[in-house]
Design a protein around this ligand. Structure first.
Ligand code: XIL
Length: 372
């Protein structure tokens, strides 16, 4: 008896077995992207990885996976002496077994708030600079070294620029090393540990008109990287779109497309590649009714992707979750009407939404990538 791929997937999912490696369906987002030289993917993590239906959806649609939290310091470093790779290994092994690539996120979240508390309480001893450098290099080389080459693209540094001021944030490490020096060390160490991997600076500046200070700060940082010869290959544009503010008078927030294009032109003009690393849409200000809400989210996604994919430097498009059921945005700043948010391409029951169709249409319309 010849079993269809769908039956095999359903069977494996029901038995919670690892999914078989397979070529994804021709109409999957992975295949539609691949036709244009674009790797499509999403994030999975411990809050959803146990759900076999969700794993099956990811395996069916994605060419690429990124662990949501499991590769961060908060997950891999219980303390200064130990590493714990249980969560990250599980995801990387599963992705590899299913023929998917993996992105690494993140070797350094340059934000005190998101680092484990022990990093700020650590005893940096008589030579704090040397101790901070030792901690950082040991961390980056251990994590990057463990996952290269299965991980071929790392968010080496995440969110170093303060979005309110445009300046580099201060952290326990940067207090000892200097801010730009901390970032330099992270990138140089990553290059040594994973010489073939793409090294990415990842941040959440976007195309809304109220994000100019952030965009300018990121541009200054990228210029500085170039001047210093820091080995950075690409800018990761997180793409958490929409607005968290429920009182935005203009739907998802006033946009400044001209400033956004100028920003992307300057970034690519310096020779950086671009990636979309964490796309989702915060729908707080949109109407509660599902039809109009999903339509507006989809229109926003299509307009954004059309613009972004006109840059052939983008060969990676990642969502931050495929299904509304597991989006990190549900639980964060509730909608005023208390309804669940709908930020992802699939609904809470894993049915494709108009946002999914917008991605498919944007891939269909996109020019073939430079490197395809
Ligand atoms: C988020 C995760 O989705 C949450 O589960 C966690 O509590 C906080 O971090 N930008 C990033 C991601 O670079 O790492 C964040 O992920 C979302 C914003």
């Amino acid at each position: 008896m010849k079993l269809s791929r769908r039956t095999l997937i359903a069977g494996a999912a029901a038995m919670a077995l690892p999914m078989p490696a397979f070529a994804r369906e021709a109409d999957s987002l992975a295949s539609l992207g691949a036709a244009k030289g674009i790797r499509f993917g999403s994030t999975v993590g411990k809050n959803n990885f146990a759900d076999p239906r969700y794993r099956a959806l990811n395996a069916a649609q994605c060419a690429l996976v990124v662990p949501e939290n499991e590769m961060k310091w908060a997950a891999t470093r219980p303390d200064a002496e130990h590493f714990d790779f249980t969560g990250a290994d599980r995801i990387v092994d599963w992705a590899t077994a299913n023929g998917m690539g993996v992105r690494g996120h993140t070797l350094l979240w340059h934000s005190e708030h998101w680092m484990p508390e022990w990093v700020s309480k650590h005893d940096y001893g008589a030579n704090p600079k040397a101790e901070a450098e030792r901690l950082l290099t040991q961390h980056v080389s251990t994590v990057a070294g463990r996952y290269a080459p299965r991980v071929d693209s790392f968010d080496v540094v995440n969110e170093a620029v303060d979005s309110e001021t445009g300046e580099l944030r201060e952290t326990a490490l940067s207090q000892r090393l200097g801010a730009i020096e901390t970032l330099d060390i992270a990138f140089h160490t990553a290059r040594q540990a994973a010489p073939k991997a793409q090294l990415v600076y990842n941040d959440y500046m976007g195309w809304r008109s109220d994000e100019g200070v952030h965009r300018d700060g990121v541009l200054r940082l990228l210029e500085e990287f170039r001047k210093r010869g820091t080995p950075v290959d690409a800018l990761g544009v997180q793409s958490h779109l929409g607005s968290k503010y429920s009182d935005t008078p203009t739907g998802l927030g006033a946009l400044d497309e001209t400033a956004w294009r100028r920003f992307l032109d300057e970034v690519t003009g310096m020779g950086f590649d671009l990636l979309i690393t964490e796309m989702d849409i915060h729908d707080n200000p949109l109407p509660g009714a599902i039809g109009p809400r999903d339509a507006e989210v989809a229109a926003h996604a299509k307009a954004y992707l059309d613009l972004m994919l006109s840059y052939r430097q983008i060969d990676t498009v990642m969502c931050w979750g495929l299904s509304d059921r597991y989006s990190w945005l549900n639980g964060l700043r509730p909608r005023p009407d208390g309804l669940p948010k709908r930020p992802c391409p699939y609904d809470a029951d894993f049915r494709a939404k108009p946002f999914h169709d917008a991605i498919a249409a944007a891939f269909a319309a996109a020019p073939v990538r430079r490197k395809a």
